[in-house]
Design a protein around this ligand. Structure first.
Ligand code: UDP
Length: 245
């Protein structure tokens, strides 16, 4: 029986969720907040029980960002590798939180570290997804000068994902930063090309271009309300859909 047969109301069968490191911080200013981790794991596990084949890319900004290191005089490339290692810590935390809830999960790292987690291998990750595991992609792209948003678009294309779910602290894409500009207008839908042309800072340009080239819709939504990840699948969570040309 296909997933759609089991759950005709669910909009996505094989999505990729992009969680920033900041989301894992919860209310703190650094590191991983156990209650935020539990909440996200709980929602992902609930979707897994409904038959959703979930990929997750986690960021590392709650621990380290290469650009922040460079601003303090560190070599950018070294800083970026440190940032990528930070994503592995977050991924391990999410993976074990999922397993504690009975959701099979596997962490794949773009930077091989086989004693810690599985080195990224596309066919193995596909097989895990097909078998109902949640796969968590760590280590970014494995290359400096990229972001985990670009990783999300890249892995979504490789895994044949039907959507990228970009979790943020706002309920969609705006014409300007709604936290600082009261005249900012929210879009229900917008094209990839418009996002690029207007330099909207919702995801980096490389990520948007990969999503566009592979025709993967990007849903931008707010994580602030508990339940919002699950409700995205029934259309109850407000989100801007980036698609089209
Ligand atoms: N990073 C990198 N290459 C990648 C992905 C990430 O060098 O392919 C580094 C970069 O330093 C980045 C850090 O890892 O700042 C953490 O990733 P990101 O800033 O995307 O995390 P998020 O903002 O989602 O928490």
């Amino acid at each position: 029986m296909s997933i759609t047969d089991q759950n005709p109301a669910l909009r996505f069968k094989r999505p990729l969720l992009k969680l920033s490191g900041e989301a894992l911080m919860g209310g703190a200013s650094y590191g991983i907040d156990p209650s935020a981790l539990q909440r996200f794991a709980g929602e992902i596990a609930e979707l897994g029980r409904s038959g959703v084949q979930m990929s997750v890319v986690v960021g590392g900004g709650n621990i380290f960002r290469g650009l922040a290191g460079a601003a303090k005089g560190m070599d950018r490339v070294t800083g970026d590798y440190m940032g990528m290692l930070a994503t592995v810590m977050n991924a391990l935390a999410l993976g074990q939180a999922l397993r504690a809830l009975g959701q099979h999960s596997r962490v794949y790292s773009a930077i091989p570290m086989p004693t810690v987690c599985a080195p990224y291998q596309r066919d193995a990750a596909m097989a895990d997804l097909d078998a109902g595991a949640c796969v968590i992609f760590a280590g970014g792209t494995g290359n400096p000068f990229f972001t985990t948003d670009t990783t999300a678009a890249l892995r979504a294309a490789e895994m044949g994902c039907d959507a990228i779910l970009k979790a943020t602290s706002v309920d969609g894409v705006y014409s300007a930063n709604p936290k600082t500009d009261l005249s900012a207008v929210r879009y229900d839908t917008i094209t990839y090309t418009e996002v690029l042309a207007q330099h909207l800072q919702i995801m980096d340009a490389a990520a948007i271009a990969i999503a566009r080239d592979n025709r993967i819709p990007v849903l931008v939504f707010s994580l602030l309300k508990p339940g919002n990840i699950v409700k995205l699948f029934t259309g109850e969570t407000p989100a801007t859909v980036i698609s089209g040309g």
